[in-house]
Ligand binder design. Sequence first.
Ligand SMILES: *[C@@H]1O[C@H](CO)[C@@H](O)[C@H](O)[C@H]1NC(C)=O
Ligand SMILES: *[C@@H]1O[C@H](CO)[C@@H](O)[C@H](O)[C@H]1NC(C)=O
Length: 404
Amino acid sequence: MTTPEFLILLLCIINLCPKLTYAGVSETRRSRSPETTSLCSHLIEPSGYPCSEHSTKTEDGYLLGLQRVSSSIGKLGGRKGQPVLLIHGLFMGGDSWFLNSPDESLGFILADQGFDVWVGNVRGTHWSHGHATLSVEDKDFWDWSWQELALFDLAEMIRYVNAFTNSKVFVVGHSQGTIMSLAAFTQPGIVKMVAAAALLCPISYLDHITSPFVRDLVFMHLDGIMVDLGIHQLNFKSDFGTKVMDMMCDSNIDCGDLLASITGKNCCFNGSRVDFYLDNEPHPSSAKNLQHLFQMIRKGTFAKYDYGLIKNLKTYGQLKAPSFDLSQIPASLPIWMGYGGNDALADVTDVQRTIQELQSKPDMLYLENYGHIDFLLSIYAKGDVYDNMITFFRSYGNYSSASS
Ligand SMILES: *[C@@H]1O[C@H](CO)[C@@H](O)[C@H](O)[C@H]1NC(C)=O
Ligand SMILES: *[C@@H]1O[C@H](CO)[C@@H](O)[C@H](O)[C@H]1NC(C)=O
């Protein structure tokens, strides 16, 4: 295969390509509104929900955006319940919790149920705010993987919400957000601020991933090729990314089938909202992050980034990259998991291994017909998934006792 073909394939990872071809998106739709727009004013306030913008800095200098959302005006008289922090997946941002209607989208539903909703945005995504000293043009800006997203970004967001609300935090993660959560919860200093966690499409091990598409890319060593090409940032909305997308959309790839071959077959996707999803997704990530994920698929590990023997020794003081030990997550942390029989990324075998290694026995919700994206965008997700999750949180939280 030639290099451009590799790049085209890369672009299709997760959710991009199918939507594009499907929607025949115009040039203007493809570029997001200018940086000055905030997530609050872009997506949340227009639906009638009060929303405030917050920002915090990680220990390694990244400036993260957070949004705080409460119930639509009048519904709950300004009362705020226990904070819940939402952590989005790979190539997504905080907007991903608000992409369907208010009675279908988890972010709005939690707010209407009286939770104090905090929306996380990891480094490099559109609603985070860069770095104290580095520019997005610097290659060092992109020198991170989910390991840093867990140990710096998630740690800082939980710390911020915990300090601001003076309350332990509920955490909800989807996909990469669950990798981050599970890694972060092995750290005593972070998990002590967490009241309970709900993981949608939980991932720690990835070696049983069934997605034929992702397996092909791993087999072809796409990640190594990108490094050789000097690609650090994966940004599908850059000029270059847009050109490649044009190329891709002119090609004859059957993108409807392709989405299924990447994420597994999604049962309950609203096809007429594809245009709108594409206004918001995908968000940038780093090539190193993709490489770290591919390492997990190849080696069957849930470990820190593997630099190779010599640099591991320098970085970690040992030859092998240290594992994240799931048994270090305290048994006292209540965990709920929602997983799907058609999820080609969070495979059932891998989910079961995760559960075996945990000390606690999580509450499990299994939906046979759900694929990876359904947990976020299914039009039936409220009845199928979110009501169950909310019952779980209610049984552990102080949701009605806190005041505003
Ligand atoms: C699907 O999306 C369309 C377009 O946004 C919307 O009008 C319709 O109500 C949605 N259907 C459901 C069941 O949410
Ligand atoms: C609920 O509130 C009590 C007393 O205010 C506190 O000790 C406890 O940790 C809280 N529970 C959670 C899950 O935050």
